[in-house]
Design a protein around this ligand. Structure first.
Ligand SMILES: *[C@@H]1O[C@H](CO)[C@@H](O)[C@H](O)[C@H]1NC(C)=O
Ligand SMILES: *[C@@H]1O[C@H](CO)[C@@H](O)[C@H](O)[C@H]1NC(C)=O
Ligand SMILES: *[C@@H]1O[C@H](CO)[C@@H](O)[C@H](O)[C@H]1NC(C)=O
Ligand SMILES: *[C@@H]1O[C@H](CO)[C@@H](O)[C@H](O)[C@H]1NC(C)=O
Ligand SMILES: *[C@@H]1O[C@H](CO)[C@@H](O)[C@H](O)[C@H]1NC(C)=O
Ligand SMILES: *[C@@H]1O[C@H](CO)[C@@H](O)[C@H](O)[C@H]1NC(C)=O
Ligand SMILES: *[C@@H]1O[C@H](CO)[C@@H](O)[C@H](O)[C@H]1NC(C)=O
Ligand SMILES: *[C@@H]1O[C@H](CO)[C@@H](O)[C@H](O)[C@H]1NC(C)=O
Ligand SMILES: *[C@@H]1O[C@H](CO)[C@@H](O)[C@H](O)[C@H]1NC(C)=O
Ligand SMILES: *[C@@H]1O[C@H](CO)[C@@H](O)[C@H](O)[C@H]1NC(C)=O
Ligand SMILES: *[C@@H]1O[C@H](CO)[C@@H](O)[C@H](O)[C@H]1NC(C)=O
Ligand SMILES: *[C@@H]1O[C@H](CO)[C@@H](O)[C@H](O)[C@H]1NC(C)=O
Length: 750
């Protein structure tokens, strides 16, 4: 909800309503960025030339004097011009020196060995729209949607300049920040730390919420106090990783899903990262989100410029849920570049669970024909189709890197075989089956032609052992020749057959790096490859994957509209994983499949309805199983599951998402989608465990039109209820005495 007082509306002659930005103002060097329900303010301290943070939160109208923190003790920091100790000041772009003892956002090592900087204000400009970031994914928008403030700083002692870029998306209460460092001197410098986002919050009582996990156990919500010292986490895996996501929220202890203040921070980057909230002795809280210093030391030669990744910060006065919806709407409208973002996605069947790597034309055609008979529209061929003897990919010890079809399995290449798959009519539709393929381009097996020809293309550190995971190594995508090879190899596959979907997997972290800076170079190289391929083949539906959700991040989302959420397809576990992932990323960007029972990982037996309901809350729905293993009842349920998908996918793709109850908090977790015009809503409700004498709490819905009436069809009730009744009273659902029950309830405004 937007407070109209802060959002200037103008009626165009067409009758449309447009949001006009008067969103960034500079009064002298007092800067104000405002959105519908957010103000972000900082100014230049005339004595130090430093940028001072004033406010990041709900709307304010003035600059107010800050609390004076005594400069006694070790932090007077007075230099010859009487600059006050910066450790006691709320700083916007902290560097090293001038008595600030907290962690810096920028840390530069100079040719003479020192790492001190003294960036002072030089100039600023305000531009309409948002300049692109060279080589990096970022949010985008036109004039009228976003405005950008660029503040230029200079360090006179080392001839280094900085340009901070702040973009405000008023409709989403979002601020995107990045910066450039230019070397204007004659010696090399090295970037040791770079926090894309940095600000100092006042002495507030704050909690930090983040997503912690591991393989098949991603996105668990953890909440801790922001206490004295550093509260934070990082990835050192070369990628954003399963272990921590480059997202966190700070919130007040009283904030809930539906009320209270929350600040969300998310890095638009896929490499190693670090996230920190540092509470210093006076209680001020420094927020830092950017590169992991262990994977920095990025050289910048004379005349060169370093571009930091972008970080997005959103403010919500409507709890954690409001924060998530700001991210979802911003990312769907201004981050994901794919023109599939707002399109419904086809139901798919992936061959992996059914056939593994033991595939050939005949076995795949049989599975594809069964897929079409089940009414499924997209057939995906997984691992095992590439490599040539002696490095044929028949198991995971060989073939990665050699991206040509295995002639023993596809004697005529992929083209004719894909034409056969494409000729199968999908049951009860007018469509023919579509074909998709799995690749893992960033990896190489030592048992491959590529590795034997180019051992130097692998990420490695001098003579150190090139340690394996899953018998594979990582290609060094920082090398232009590796980027060019991958662009050509993947383009050749796409040009050889009618491919409509590509699953881009990545199954290990980076161990021995050639230098700390190699991760940044790798990440930019990977983006160049993804940018080229998605630009050349925009009609393909691209899906990211990294052993499940190992790279579920905003960087990938810029290029690929969806990512595989987790290798864990147990529906109960998935509910927790999907709920956690939804804190920052839209459900429309999640790929979720129904797999067989008992589940291969957890051995749990859950009904096909529950499994389908959990997977249907994601943008991309499919099956990861061998149809021959389905029971008669399961097979019989498939047509109605597909019909439900076709009905529900539009609201999942473009509706607003509400978490009603978390699986960790309640035995009756629930989520809900509401259409943009609030005329349709759908509730997914679950019971995890059977309980004796159950009195489940009413399911209080969210985001409806309070005064409208909705037709509700559930459990024999067929009538209308007002939005207020549904939101404040709630639906009382009657559960049977059994584990893992689920319901899908539609509401239509009458
Ligand atoms: C900037 O804000 C300060 C208050 O912090 C005020 O004293 C000063 O006059 C303002 N300057 C301008 C040019 O608005
Ligand atoms: C730094 O140098 C620039 C020009 O090189 C000058 O305009 C500016 O006043 C200097 N700043 C300080 C703080 O000395
Ligand atoms: C520093 O270098 C950058 C990049 O070459 C350039 O845009 C900027 O104008 C330079 N600044 C100064 C003060 O020379
Ligand atoms: C900067 O580093 C590059 C690459 O290591 C080196 O070739 C060059 O000589 C260095 N330049 C200076 C001025 O030290
Ligand atoms: C294809 O694979 C199936 C299953 O492994 C096997 O029975 C069949 O003989 C294979 N066909 C060819 C032509 O290799
Ligand atoms: C694994 O694949 C390699 C290369 O194709 C092959 O030589 C080897 O026999 C396979 N191993 C097994 C156990 O199938
Ligand atoms: C290469 O393939 C052979 C044959 O399958 C296998 O024994 C060996 O372990 C593989 N080497 C690596 C590094 O995976
Ligand atoms: C991708 O790279 C190829 C080969 O360098 C080039 O021909 C093509 O124009 C590039 N496509 C895009 C969209 O950048
Ligand atoms: C996506 O956009 C490209 C042009 O950028 C167009 O050729 C293609 O048809 C579009 N695809 C879809 C599915 O809209
Ligand atoms: C196709 O439609 C028929 C008639 O409505 C129905 O019995 C059958 O289950 C449907 N099959 C699929 C795969 O949807
Ligand atoms: C809410 O519903 C009422 C009754 O249908 C309607 O008059 C009103 O315009 C709706 N409000 C919004 C914000 O859609
Ligand atoms: C519910 O009522 C509506 C309107 O009276 C009717 O069209 C619909 O078929 C009913 N649904 C059920 C499940 O009885």
């Amino acid at each position: 909800m937007f407070s109209t007082s802060r959002l200037f509306r103008v009626s165009l002659i067409t009758g449309l309503v447009a949001y006009v930005n008067g969103d960034i103002t500079a009064s002298g060097t007092n800067f104000s960025l405002s959105g519908a329900d957010v103000s972000y303010r900082f100014h230049v301290d005339p004595r130090s030339g430093d940028l001072v943070s004033d406010h990041f939160g709900g709307p304010v109208d003035d600059f107010t004097p800050q609390v004076y923190i005594s400069n006694q003790g070790w932090s007077t920091g007075l230099d010859n011009v009487g600059t006050p100790g910066l450790t006691n000041v709320r700083r916007e772009f902290p560097d090293v020196g001038r008595s600030d003892f907290r962690l810096p956002a920028i840390h530069i090592s100079h040719a003479d060995g020192d790492t001190v900087s003294a960036f002072t204000y030089q100039s600023h400009e305000i531009v309409q729209g948002k300049p692109a970031l060279a080589g990096l994914p970022a949010t985008y928008g036109n004039e009228g949607e976003v405005q950008t403030l660029i503040v230029k700083l200079y360090d006179n002692y080392s001839d280094v300049s900085a340009a901070l870029s702040y973009s405000v998306f008023p409709k989403y209460n979002a601020i995107a920040r990045s910066f450039q460092i230019s070397n204007n001197g004659t010696n090399n410098i090295s970037i040791e730390r770079a926090a894309s986002f940095s600000t100092d919050l006042p002495n507030l009582d704050l909690k930090m919420l983040e997503l912690q996990g591991d393989w098949s156990h991603e996105a668990n919500r953890v909440i801790r106090n922001v206490d004295f010292g550093e509260t934070g986490f990082r990835s050192t895996e070369g990628y954003s990783s399963h272990v921590h996501n480059p997202f966190f929220a700070l919130h007040s202890p009283t904030t809930t899903e539906t009320s209270g203040e929350a600040w969300g921070f998310n890095l638009v980057y896929t490499g190693s990262f670090a996230a920190t909230a540092e509470r210093f002795s006076h209680g001020l809280v420094r927020v830092l989100l950017g590169l992991n210093p262990l994977h920095a030391s990025i050289p910048v030669g004379p005349g060169q410029t370093f571009q930091s990744p972008e970080a997005v910060a959103v403010y919500s006065s409507e709890g954690i849920g409001g924060m998530s919806r700001s991210f979802h709407d911003l990312y769907r409208n201004h981050l994901s570049r794919s023109n599939h973002t707002f399109e419904t996605r086809p139901v798919l069947l992936n061959s992996w669970e059914g056939l593994g790597a033991d595939i050939n034309e005949t076995s795949l055609e049989n599975l594809a024909s069964e897929t079409a008979e089940l009414g499924i529209k997209l057939f995906v061929m997984d691992d095992g189709w590439f490599g040539t003897a002696p490095y044929a990919r028949t198991n995971d010890t060989a073939g990665l890197g050699d991206w040509t079809p295995n002639p023993a399995r596809f004697p005529n290449g992929l083209g004719p075989y894909v034409n056969t798959v494409d000729s199968y009519a999908v049951a009860n539709t007018t469509n023919d089956l579509s074909f998709g393929i799995w690749v893992e381009p960033e990896m190489v097996n030592p048992n491959s032609t590529l590795y034997h020809e180019h051992p130097d293309w692998v990420m490695h550190a001098g003579n150190h052992v090139r340690t394996l995971t899953r018998t594979q190594l990582v290609l060094n995508l920082g090398l232009p020749e590796v980027q060019d090879y991958l662009i050509k190899a993947i383009s050749d596959i796409i040009n050889s057959a009618n491919i409509s979907y590509i699953k881009w997997d990545n199954n290990r972290g980076i161990h021995e790096m050639s230098s700390p800076a190699a991760d940044y170079a790798y990440t930019l190289g990977m983006y160049r490859v993804m940018d080229n391929l998605t630009g050349s083949y925009p009609e393909i539906l691209w899906e990211g994957c990294a052993s499940g959700g190992g790279r579920f991040d905003a960087g990938i989302l810029h290029y690929y509209p969806q990512s595989w959420t987790s290798d864990n397809t147990d529906a109960s576990d998935r509910l927790t994983i999907q709920m956690g992932t939804s804190l920052a990323y839209p459900p429309s960007s999640m790929a979720c499949h129904v797999s067989k029972v008992p589940n291969g990982l957890t051995n749990r037996n859950i009904s096909i309805e529950y499994r389908a309901h959990v997977a249907l809350m994601c943008g991309s729905f499919g099956f990861e199983l061998n149809p021959s293993e389905l029971s008669a009842e399961e097979r019989a349920a498939i047509p109605s599951i597909i019909a439900t998908h076709d009905k529900i996918n539009p609201i999942v793709i473009s509706g607003s998402f509400y978490r009603i109850a978390w699986p960790g908090d309640s035995n009756w977790p629930a989520v809900q989608f509401v259409s943009e015009d609030k005329s349709t809503a759908v509730l997914f409700a679950f019971q995890q465990q059977a309980v004796i004498k159950p009195a489940p709490p009413p399911v209080r819905m969210q985001g409806l039109n309070g005064t409208a009436r909705y037709r509700v069809e559930s459990q024999g009730f067929n009538g209308t209820l007002s939005g207020n009744t549904l939101m404040n009273g709630g639906l009382n659902l009657q559960w049977t005495l059994a584990d893992y029950q689920s319901m899908l309830i539609w509401l239509y405004k009458v």
